[in-house]
Design a protein around this ligand. Structure first.
Ligand SMILES: Cc1ncc(COP(=O)(O)O)c(C=O)c1O
Length: 460
């Protein structure tokens, strides 16, 4: 049943009325899964949405409601849901086997495609997720440099393993989150983003920094945007101080451009982490980088150099099904303008939503780059014009999370009621299949939701 304190909201009541199947599944799940969910981002009151199937830019929930999908499989669906060529190839591969406990030709073809597109990919090692990729990248950098510490930026998300488990949505002072040993936090330095002088000062006073890792266009696909100039300055500083640059391209890889942020921003990393698009929406990931770095995984080189190699098993590394999805997806990205189409859809979406804000006289703004959009709900009441908003001119602190929880909840649920599944209330991700029709539908859903929020006096 819905929480009683929520039922005076027409938006929430409409959501409850529209999603009885999701509510029933969630009641069942509550007795089995912590909070009834499988991923923290699905935590939603009165209940999250349960989805049955997807196709292109759309998905259908278990109650048969058709939704414009702006979640994009957490960023993995650059080609939309079930791209035909990819789906057929994956079905065929499942019929041949999903795990051989042996090498296979697909892993070589997959690697070749990655090397053709990703600037730093002299060598590639497959893993099973983005979290595993950043775990391995950090270990390689520490082993290679003999230094202990990693520099990370506030709110940048790199998966959930110990080294990455604080300083993302709290613990910006570097203290440990539950279950993380204090000793782990000693190996991490946290800084605010976009402050190159702070990075310089750190590198000058601490010779024990092995690497810096960042989301190359800003945390959560650019929610606090990082300009290309910062990335270039960071690259120069890392080179000057012998610090390795890890670009976390788990979301940006094969999305901003075939060569990810490295191509789009013209900056070459020492090593990058890949997942999501690289495996065509299936579980999988990789680290790709300089040969001398990945040589720490190489039996022969390690023996020649008389050093211990990094041990790296992993049951699902380069499994043939993910490899197939990855190969078919990367071929389409290499041979068509899929990244360009997704980026154009992102720009069209930002423009359409800002038109709605202007027409509704609401001082919010929709911003972002490439195939992403973010909704700035302006918690401090800044004097802004949605049609002339430049997120790069605001200080990073301006993008702090909006404390109005009910507003965020109702913004998300209102969009669902109007046929759009956005990424919570924060924004969304476009694919190469999002055309003018679904962008127009999203704009109308945004308008209807804003009007409903006004009626519920959430915007006063
Ligand atoms: C930038 C970034 N790095 C790493 C990860 C972790 O990837 P995974 O969820 O595959 O472990 C994510 C996941 O969203 C991510 O956005």
């Amino acid at each position: 049943m819905p929480d009683t304190h929520l039922t005076n909201s027409a938006i929430i009541n409409a959501y409850v009325a529209r999603t009885p199947g999701s509510a029933a599944l969630h009641r069942e799940a509550l007795g089995m899964l912590p909070s009834g969910i499988a991923h923290d981002s699905r935590w939603m009151k009165p209940h999250p949405l349960y989805v049955d199937r997807g196709e292109g830019p759309l998905k259908w929930d278990v109650d048969g409601n058709r939704l414009v999908d702006l979640f994009g499989g957490h960023g993995s669906h650059l080609l939309g849901h079930c791209p035909p060529g990819v789906t057929v190839a994956v079905q065929a591969q499942i019929g041949k086997g999903s795990q051989f406990g042996a090498g296979h030709a697909l892993e070589i073809e997959w690697t070749r495609l990655i090397q053709q597109m990703v600037p730093c990919a002299e060598r590639v090692r497959f893993v099973a997720s983005g979290t595993e990729a950043t775990h391995m990248a950090v270990r390689l950098c520490r082993a290679f440099t003999g230094r202990k510490k990693i520099l990370r930026f506030h709110r940048h998300y790199h998966g959930w393993h110990d080294v990455m488990a604080f300083g993302v949505d709290g613990h910006f002072d570097g203290t440990a989150t539950p279950g993380v040993p204090d000793a782990t936090t000693e190996g991490v330095v946290l800084l605010p983003p976009n402050d190159i002088e702070a990075v310089k000062a750190l590198f000058e006073r601490d010779p024990d920094i092995a690497a810096v890792i960042l989301e190359p266009i800003g945390n959560t696909t650019g929610a606090v945007p990082i300009p290309g100039s910062f990335l270039h300055a960071l690259r120069a500083l890392t080179e000057a101080h012998g610090v390795l640059l890890i670009m976390d391209e788990v979301v940006t890889g094969f999305r901003l451009a075939p060569g990810g942020a490295q191509e789009a921003r013209g900056v070459k990393a020492d090593i990058c982490t890949l997942a999501k698009v690289v495996a065509g929406g299936m579980p999988g990931g990789a680290v790709a980088g300089r040969k001398d770095l990945l040589d720490f995984l190489d039996f022969e080189v390690s023996a020649q150099l008389g050093r211990e190699k990094i041990r790296h098993p992993g049951t699902y590394n380069a499994n043939p099904v993910s490899a197939t999805a990855g190969i078919e997806t990367l071929k389409i990205i290499r041979d068509t303008n899929a990244c360009g189409r997704a980026n154009e859809a992102g720009a069209a979406m930002r423009a359409a939503l800002n038109q709605v804000l202007a027409a509704e006289n609401l001082p919010w703004a929709v911003y972002g780059e490439f195939s992403f959009f973010h909704i700035f709900t302006n918690p401090d009441g800044l004097d802004i014009d949605p049609l002339n908003f430049d997120a790069f001119t605001l200080p990073s602190a301006a993008f702090k999370p909006d404390p109005r929880k009910a507003l965020g909840q109702k913004l998300y649920l209102g969009m669902v009621v109007n046929g759009v599944d956005a990424m919570g209330h924060r924004g969304g991700i476009l694919s190469a299949t999002h055309g003018a029709d679904v962008i127009g539908e999203t704009a109308e859903a945004f308008r209807a939701t804003i009007r409903a929020l006004k009626e519920e006096r959430e915007l006063v």
